[in-house]
Design a protein around this ligand. Sequence first.
Ligand code: ADP
Length: 376
Amino acid sequence: MQDQLCIASGMEDTVELKEKLSRYEKENEELRTRVEELTDFFENASIPLHWVDGGGIIIWANQAELDALGYAKEEYIGFPISDFHADPEVISDILDRLVNNETLHDYSARLKCRDGSIKHVLINSNVLRKDGKFIHTRCFTRDVTEKKYEEQRRNDFVAMVSHELKSPLTAITSYVQLLMRKWNNDTDGFNMQVLSRIEIQAKKMVNMAHDFLSLAKIGDGKIQLRREKFDLNILISEIAEDARLLTSKHAIQTLNRTETEIYADRDKIGQVLINLLSNAVKYSPHGGQIIIGCDKKPGEVTISVTDQGMGINRTDQKRLFERFYRVDQKSKEVSGFGIGLYLVSEILKYHQSEIKVDSEEGKGSTFYFVLPTALE
Ligand code: ADP
């Protein structure tokens, strides 16, 4: 009886074991299929992918990446990623950021292809870590070369048109000024009035051409500062004088007019002020006071332009400095392209400064930025 029980329980064990084994085999098979599918997915995905280890060496890349750059596996995997970047400082910045646990979103870089050509890419990457240890990056690259070239062609066109427009417009302004000098003593003020209107409009167009040219240069990364030491207050006075010609409705005032020497690009800071002032005029259509402040503290000066115009709500304030951004309702009433504040912010970035805004809808706005004063 005892023996029979033992045999029966042994048989049950065997059946159970067999069932377990077949379950494991099935699960194993499913797992293998999943791994194969995932491997296939990454190896043959149409987007270029690669892994780089903590030492900056490429340890894996998929076919799309090899095809995009034209390398065979043996020419790419096992080599430093920096060998394939056109700009050493860019890849070194990328690796630094990844080591510091940053995730890169659409980081712009240029890669060297096997045939010597250059590809513009956007990189998205972060790091797989185990127990805090850098295992490898997870890097996705998107080819944007065609888009870059298209942008380049557009920039070149804009630059060419603006450049061509600037010369005749400058000539018109000079001839108008010549006539104004000639007719200065004219008893009938009509000629002078017409000429001064022509001058104002021509100057507006020169400024627009100037802005478009700067936009194209910024797009190409070709802006170069010509820094010099100059008195900020003289520049502010000149620009305020020009702005007064644009409007009879506004009282344009300059505050704290003490000598303030700064070391910056005079033309570009002038462009910043012209843009802020012409906005202050444009966006306070009922007139009022416009104040240009120049608040000097030890080592720095805060320059501000305040108006009593329509103001800007909080949501729009966050987006004002984007290229081509215009506040909807206002842009319908006032002409513009939405590039002025973008240029202001870019020019100031080149000066390691930043444009800021305080504004309340219906009450007015203050745009301001800080620059270091020149060393004595
Ligand atoms: P534009 O004036 O050509 O539209 P800007 O880049 O100079 O382009 O300005 C972007 C937008 O910011 C404007 O369309 C306007 O809506 C808003 N803005 C700029 N300056 C002021 C201001 N001083 N007051 C109110 N809104 C302003």
